[in-house]
Ligand binder design. Structure first.
Ligand code: BF8
Length: 676
């Protein structure tokens, strides 16, 4: 009896806030939640251990004879790997199937987002909506030829510009068809450098249509279909290309057409952007179709005046996750935090409404909101929540502004209902965001030259050692933001220019790495010189996760501008997702590898339980595409693995000596001059 009492009063295990995040504001809010008896993802990560077999990718639950679990013995396997499921599926098959399903899910998420954007664009082109317009005509004209749509027409022997409405309609119809066309291949694949495209063709991985590749993954991974891990990986490549060079790329482009291509702008990042005396609306999710309208509604005089009538000084918008990145890039709306801070934004007690659409949204938001006055509003027909305190206001592009105003009004009306003491952690940092293919060209190429020549030149001459794309999520299994920031600092210290997207971008902003001044503090001498000369940060934020397509196209522009590289796999560049958690990250990793780039993930990778399959991804796949997967837990070691790859590429290109010259100090140079 006495023992039972002891059990009943045993304190609940909770996270150590300092061990959970490197951000002081986040630590404060974790502590506050714990003081109020509210559990957050950080606490749940302490109390719930992950399944070790699933973690290694070797649990098969694709039929009702299973789940079959094939644990890898502690000391590994010597000789033949005889592990098999009831049907005989090997560890390789099981891990490859699971991996393929992650690629399919990630591709679906990005591409369904892209489809929604394409459909809204079709409504615009058909003039069925007043609320969305073509904002960036230049972008439309630049992408039209990639869909095979002419932008000029010959009339009586004279070349004339085609009617814009006609171009828009053709582009929209062809774009929408990319998801389900019965034959052919995706139009955008030919945007890749020719040798890269030819490799894909030779390997038979040119995606036909987006939906088809995803369906084929689901078929091939059904019980008793594809039982050759190499053949499954081939379909992973084809499907992931349908994401990176398909759904994601079209999402980015058509969003730019409707909402404008981003250009660099200054703002702030972290929860400290919320204001006690303002109505705070946090926009969370991924599709900017909704968030664009909320921004417009919240900035309207009518809504601002209404907020003032209700006793607030104004309306403060903040973003979480990638929809936050979308409105950051185009409007300078500051991010309130990364993926792991979504619950904490409510814990401030100052969040009057959290408006969500799709992807990366915790169901626990509803539970946290029950402890405060916050209204959680779901807006997407495919993403609702079962809890009864969640409101659902379905957003429809045909009356988008009306819906957005309804949501903003609801948030304003809720301002006076704040009950708990408001506690907004003051931490925030200034940042420059809004980079893209066009703005990198402008900043590094100059207005006259307008090309990637300067970037190429600085890589060839060694001031910039290479490029590192540091992208992706946070993961509550590791210290929030630590791996992102440690990795990025180590890369820029070693003269690697960093491109970032997703929550990696938000983390960089939160920790002050997105300012030009960062160069003087953290960069190696070569990168510092370039950044200070052209006035850019050493870490360039390129947007949301679908905007990884901007990184692919920036690399393609480098090839077009001329240089020692002919295809993507020649460029001294690497990709990394040090804190990944989402299936979308696996899809991204696979298309980056298939595009020819060394890609390293941190945390865990669900392939390690099948050593032969893992070896295929870590080594052999490079023979097919030039890129390969890697895995490393420690962010400093990860940086050095990337640098090693970058240096190896420099050597292959014969530009390794140039860098040695750049790194000579003044005394070395004088010695050299004296001896000459
Ligand atoms: O698409 S980086 S946690 S928000 S999945 Fe999600 Fe990962 Fe953040 Fe953006 Ni991308």
């Amino acid at each position: 009896m006495a023992d039972e009492n002891v059990k009943a009063t045993k304190p609940k295990k909770v996270a150590d806030p300092v061990a959970a995040s490197i951000d002081v504001g986040t630590q404060q809010m974790i502590q506050r939640a714990q003081d109020l008896g509210i559990d957050t993802v950080f606490d749940r990560a302490v109390t719930m251990k992950p399944c070790n077999i699933g973690l290694q990718g070797i649990c098969c639950k694709n039929c009702a004879m299973g789940p079959c679990r094939l644990p890898l013995p502690k000391g590994g396997i010597e000789g033949e790997d005889t592990r098999k499921g009831l049907c005989g599926a090997t560890a390789n098959t099981i891990a490859a199937r699971n991996f393929a399903r992650m690629v399919a899910a990630g591709t679906s998420a990005h591409s369904d987002h892209g489809r929604a954007v394409a459909e809204v664009f079709l409504s615009v082109a058909r003039k069925e909506t007043e609320d969305y317009k073509i904002k960036d005509v230049g972008k439309l004209l630049s992408i039209a030829p990639h869909f095979g749509v002419a932008t000029t027409v010959e009339v009586d022997g004279e070349i004339k510009d085609r009617d814009l409405d006609e171009i828009a309609l053709e582009v929209a119809e062809i774009a929408v068809a990319e998801w389900g066309k019965p034959e052919g291949e995706l139009h955008y694949l030919k945007r890749a450098p020719k040798p890269t495209y030819e490799r894909w063709k030779k390997q038979g991985v040119l995606p036909r249509s987006i939906d088809r590749e995803v369906v084929e993954v689901m078929h091939r991974t059904h019980m008793g279909v594809d039982q050759d891990y190499k053949n499954l990986v081939k379909q992973c490549s084809r499907t992931s290309l349908a994401d990176g060079w398909g759904g994601s790329m079209m999402a980015t482009d058509l969003q730019d057409v409707m909402f404008g291509a981003p250009s660099p702008l200054q703002t702030e990042a972290n929860m400290g952007i919320m204001k006690e005396d303002h109505v705070n609306i946090i926009i969370h999710g991924h599709e900017p179709i909704l968030s664009e309208m909320i921004v417009a509604a919240a900035q309207s005089k009518e809504m601002v005046n209404y907020a003032k009538e209700k006793g607030a000084k104004g309306i403060q918008l903040g973003g979480i996750c990638c929809t936050g990145n979308e409105i950051l890039q185009r409007h300078g709306v500051p991010p309130a935090g990364t993926y792991l801070q979504q619950e904490l934004a409510i814990v401030t007690g100052a969040c009057d409404a959290m408006v969500v659409d799709v992807q990366c949204v915790f169901q626990n938001l509803a539970n946290v909101a029950k402890c405060f006055h916050t209204k959680v509003i779901t807006t997407h027909p495919i993403a609702r929540m079962e809890q009864n305190n969640v409101l659902h206001i379905e957003f429809d592009e045909h009356h988008a502004m009306e819906d957005a105003k309804r949501i903003v009004t609801m948030a304003i009306d809720n301002f006076e209902n704040r009950e708990a003491e408001v506690m907004i952690p003051p931490q925030k940092n200034a940042q420059i965001a809004g980079f893209g293919v066009e703005s990198i060209e402008y900043h590094l190429g100059g207005t006259f030259r307008g090309s990637y020549f300067t970037l190429n030149d600085n890589i060839v001459n060694g001031r910039i050692r290479g490029l590192g794309a540091v992208v992706g999520c946070n993961n509550a299994r590791s210290q929030h933001n630590n791996a992102h920031i440690t990795l990025i600092k180590e890369l820029i210290k070693n003269d690697v220019l960093v491109l970032t997207t997703g929550c990696g971008g938000i983390a960089s902003g939160m920790h002050g790495l997105l300012t030009p001044e960062t160069a003087g503090v953290f960069c190696g001498p070569g990168l510092k010189e370039v950044c200070e000369t052209v006035g850019i940060p050493p870490v360039l934020h390129l947007g949301s996760c679908v905007d990884n397509s901007r990184i692919l196209l920036a690399a393609t522009e480098m090839i077009k501008a001329g240089g020692p590289w002919k295809e993507l796999s020649d460029i001294p560049a690497c990709g990394a997702a040090p804190e990944w958690m989402s299936e979308k990250a696996i899809a991204i990793g696979q298309y980056v590898v298939t595009s020819g780039v060394y890609t390293i993930f941190g945390g865990t990778l669900p392939v390690t339980g099948a050593p032969e399959f893992a070896k295929y991804l870590f080594e052999n796949i490079a023979d097919l595409y030039g890129g390969k997967w890697a895995f490393c837990e420690d962010p400093v070691e990860m940086a050095h693995k990337m640098i090693e790859q970058i240096d190896a590429k420099r050597k292959e290109l014969g530009i390794d000596k140039a860098r040695e010259r750049v790194l000579m100090d003044m005394a070395d140079r004088q010695k050299l001059e004296a001896s000459a």
